[in-house]
Design a binder for this molecule. Sequence first.
Ligand code: GLU
Length: 487
Amino acid sequence: MSVRVRFAPSPTGFVHVGGLRTALYNYLFAKVHGGTYLLRIEDTDQERFVEGAIENMLISLNWAGIHHTEGVVLDEQGQVTEAGAKGPYIQSQRLDIYRSHIEPLLASGHAYRCFCSKERLEAVREKERLEKGTPRYDGHCRHLNSEEAEARARAGESHVIRLMLPENTDIQFDDLVRGNVSMNTDDLDDQVLIKSDGFPTYHFAVVVDDHLMEITHVIRGEEWLASTPKHVYLNQVMGWKTPTYVHLPNILNTDRKKLSKRHGDVSAEDFRRKGYLPEALVNFLALVGWSPEDNKELFTLEELEEAFSIDRVSKSGGVFDIKKLNWMSAHYMREASLDRLTDLAIPHLTSAGFMSEQEAIEKKEWVSHLVEVLRDNLHYLEELPEKAAVFFNDTIDVEAGEAAEWWESEDLEALRPVLIKTVEELDSLEQSDIKQAFKAIQKETGLKGPRFFKPVRVALTGNVHGPDLMLVMKVLGKETILKRLTV
Ligand code: GLU
């Protein structure tokens, strides 16, 4: 049977980096096995539904290059639509399907109607928590006469439908990351399967859908591990083959606590907006929880599609080390084509107020020179405006310390008139021309090495350090260079 896996986000906002990694591992697993990776939307909790969330999640996944051809997709106009033969792929559109699957469970006594009020449930939970440490349902409605219960339901009395777990029974399954997992039903709750609003809970819908969509491997976050015995049991009483489970380790921050919004950027969208390249985020996330056989760290998506294997996913949490992401991202900044980087850089320059969109279009070649000069010093494009400011401002700020000393130096005083004269005479600012001009000035003034390069750089940029001086001059242009030299 061919492998079928799914990413099943709830539409509650943007894709969290943990979700993006789950999607990525599902995608890679499907690729490695020549299988299918589909996307299902789990929106059974209508209260948590966020308008636009589905679109946002699909945009982030497309941005990351984690493409699926089955399930919920965006059409060419950016509208949410579906592809594939096993739909609908949005759970709120499958209510009839869940209803038809709960009936046999009620009939066989594997599920029961529970009429307990909210107040009663709260009181029971509090009592159980105090007495036994874990808040659980006490099974009050387990033994209701089923005909009586049906009659109450027909009369419109509000209720939920719960799974009837057997007493004191071990439920076991083999997880490809965790190994054999076993849990006793005495430690589990009679899970609600259908809520009082008629919607299924996640737990019921996920089992029904994974079966009907012929999912062979359920690859998801560790937070679902404790619920899996209930899913396994449900599959058993339905008479279905249980899928193979794979629970991925949590993503932790550098303090080894679960990564959350409090730690800053956590959604794929945050990183996209900051101007990280998707290939950097994908490469980085691939290694948060998985490691290749060798020590290789830089992987393209295509390389990951070859190298990935579930047996090298670790049990313990993977650390989200932003320093490592930035290191990788800087690598991809250097690798990217200048054209692509320029297009991505423009919005950062316009939103910083350096130029209008129109100017950016007109001066695109110049912008690409600017990006070429600065790309080696960037981790992500949001850093560009600060580094680019020196190319836009009319005046320069001379940095205190060494730069200020060179600014006041006799060397610079001697260099200025010669530099002005030479630059005025230059026809072009191509590297070879500047190189020749520099040689002539060095000969004429006798100032060489740092005594030449440092004061010139300070005069032009206000700093002692920075990108290649000849490239800086090309980007500044003759007019600005002369303006800066004439003080
Ligand atoms: N809807 C669940 C979530 O958003 C998916 C859990 C699963 O993959 O089974 O985390």
